[in-house]
Structure formats: structure tokens, C-alpha cells
Design a protein around this ligand. Structure first.
Ligand SMILES: [Zn+2]
Length: 331
């Protein structure tokens, strides 16, 4: 069982393992003040994590009638147990409308959202990898029932005892990620917007969402203007030097944009898969071809986000071939 740490007055954290996932663990924060409580994110929908959360609730001695759950964004390591919280425990669940629409559309196994994920894999040129939706961790660990939600959109206020949080638009990692900022106490819960050591995955969602990398690079700059004494991110250790970490992440993406452009330069036209093969990956010493299928979804999504950013800044474009596969080229 994981231990609970007190981080400062009213703020606690339990680090819950995410077995078999490269993220390793998730930091589940709790705000407890004047008899009220807020839990931030849930971990995957597994029996083990459900038990961890039940123990967390018991050990912290919180009243579930005066507790809310806040979901920073739609990913299954953050929302897996949300229908359990909402429907079984009767806890009010807050999340942005944008991410709620997506997580709600993913609940059913045969929903359009999962068909779209497979269609996107086809467009990215991944047919040869024989990916199956069951291998997608977002599919496996998602909340499997829809749940009632309350909106917490950018600019909205959320009060928990002595704490007053304001929602900040941190779109990029997901289309509707919202951070919680406590201005007086200079506390920021940033979800996966900025993480120590690991680079938040920026993926291609769909053509309506468009250039998610461009959105991310714009929204990461917001952190520079905020007064932050306590930055609580969702994975790994806490970041001490925020501006330096922003610079590192921007350099990382500039390098990857360059890698994608170099692959385009070498060929007349490329699939998203070709570009992913040409990129350097940190998660293993090997390349894209040796990745397990579950990682191929994410790696292709990331390569695609960089290509769509190149398209948004006028350096690349694509055509659809006769099979519906996207062929990108430099312009
Ligand atoms: Zn995430």
C-alpha cells in the first residue's frame, strides 16, 4: 500500500503505482480544509487502485458528502475510476466540458470514438502493425460507464474550505485539460501540463482539434507569468525550476519538429508511420518497429502532432492516397 504524504497545510499526496505503464505511477492529490475535501484524479480503473483509493479516503478520514473529485483531463490514468466515484460513491465530479465530452464518448466499447482511433491509425499508415483497440491503454483502463459531471472550465472558480481555485486553460496534452490555481497561496495543480523528466505526450486527436502541439507550446508559456510556490504535477517528482523546465520542453519539441522535417526532406512523401520510424524515442533503446503495439498508438500520435504543427506553420502539407492513407510532404 502506498503512503500518504502531507505536502503543506491542507494538501496531501498518495503516489499510486500504474503497473506495466511507462508512466510508472500517478500522484493523487487531496485538498482537505474545514471539513471539506477535494481529490484530484483517480488512477486507472483496476481493482487494486480502487482499493488504494478506498484506503486513502478512510485514512484521511474525509466525509464523502463533503468531498468532490476533480479530473484534470480525460486520460484513463486520471479518470479511470470516475464513474465509480460519481455513481457508486455519490461524489460530485468536476471536469472541463471539452474533456468530459470525449471521456463520455469513450465509455462504451463500440463507441464511435474507438472506431475513429482505428481509422486514424489506418490514416497514419499503421495497417502493417496490425494494431487492435484492446491494446490501447486508454481503451483498457477507461471508465466503462458514463457518469454525471459538473463543469469546471477555464475561468471558473472552485472553493474547497480555505482554498479558492481558478480553472486555467492548459489545452494541448488533451483538448480540454484545465489546471487549478490558488492565487493567494500560489499553488498550482497542473495535471500533465508540465512534468519532471518525462515529456507530456502531445498527440493528434482529429482535424477539428487541429494543431495540438501549437496549442501546447502556447499554453506552456502561461506558467512563466504565474506566481507559483508549489507546483503539483501528476507524475514523478515535483519540479523546482519551472522556467528552466519550460525551456527544456520547448527545445525537445523544436528538435522533434526538426527530425520530422528532415524525414520529409529525405523522401518525396511520407506516412505518419515513416516519420515516427525516423524519430528518436526515449522510451526504449530500440526504434518504432520494435515497440509493443500499445506504444505504437502513442508514438504515431506524437509524430502526427509534429507533422500537423509543421502544416499549421506552412512548412508541410499532405494528400490522401487512394487507400485513405495520409502522405505528408515538405512545402
Ligand atoms: Zn495525461
Amino acid at each position: 500500500m502506498s503512503e500518504i504524504k502531507k505536502l503543506q497545510d491542507g494538501i496531501y499526496c498518495k503516489i499510486i503505482p500504474l503497473k506495466g505503464n511507462p508512466l510508472k505511477s500517478i500522484n493523487i492529490y487531496m485538498v482537505k480544509s474545514k471539513g471539506e475535501a477535494m481529490i484530484i484524479d483517480t488512477g486507472f480503473d483496476t481493482e487494486e487502485i480502487r482499493k488504494e483509493m478506498m484506503d486513502y479516503i478512510k485514512d484521511m478520514d474525509i466525509d464523502l458528502n463533503k468531498t468532490i473529485l476533480y479530473l484534470t483531463h480525460l486520460h484513463s490514468d486520471h479518470t479511470g475510476l470516475s464513474s465509480w466515484f460519481a455513481e457508486d460513491l455519490g461524489v460530485d465530479v468536476y471536469i472541463s466540458d471539452v474533456d468530459y465530452q470525449m471521456v463520455s464518448a469513450m465509455a462504451s466499447a463500440d463507441s464511435k470514438r474507438w472506431k475513429d482511433v482505428m481509422e486514424i491509425a489506418h490514416m497514419q499508415g499503421l495497417d502493417e502493425d496490425n494494431l487492435k483497440i484492446e491494446e490501447h491503454s486508454g481503451y483498457r483502463y477507461r471508465p466503462k460507464r458514463d457518469f454525471k459531471h459538473k463543469s469546471l472550465n477555464p475561468g471558473d472558480i472552485l472553493k474547497v474550505g480555505d482554498f479558492t481555485f481558478k480553472g486555467l486553460d492548459f489545452a494541448g496534452h488533451t483538448p480540454g485539460m484545465v489546471g487549478l490555481y490558488e492565487e493567494d497561496k500560489k499553488i498550482l495543480f497542473c495535471g500533465d501540463h508540465i512534468l519532471k523528466k518525462i515529456t507530456p505526450n502531445i498527440t493528434f486527436w482529429n482535424f477539428e482539434t487541429g494543431d495540438s502541439l501549437g496549442t501546447y507550446l502556447k499554453n506552456i508559456e502561461k506558467l512563466r507569468d504565474l506566481q507559483i510556490e508549489h507546483l503539483y504535477s501528476s507524475h514523478r517528482e515535483l519540479i523546482d525550476d519551472v522556467p528552466a523546465r519550460i525551456d527544456e520542453l520547448k527545445r525537445h519539441h523544436a528538435h522533434r519538429i526538426d527530425e520530422a522535417l528532415k524525414t520529409l526532406e529525405k523522401h518525396n512523401e511520407c506516412t505518419v508511420r515513416d516519420v515516427a520510424v525516423g524519430m528518436h524515442w526515449d522510451i526504449s533503446a530500440r526504434g518504432f518497429n520494435d515497440f509493443p503495439n500499445t506504444q505504437k498508438f502513442f508514438a504515431a500520435g506524437e509524430a502526427h502532432a509534429h507533422l500537423e504543427h509543421l502544416r499549421a506553420i506552412g512548412k508541410a502539407d499532405f494528400r490522401k492516397d487512394e487507400n485513405g492513407v495520409l502522405k505528408y510532404f515538405k512545402i
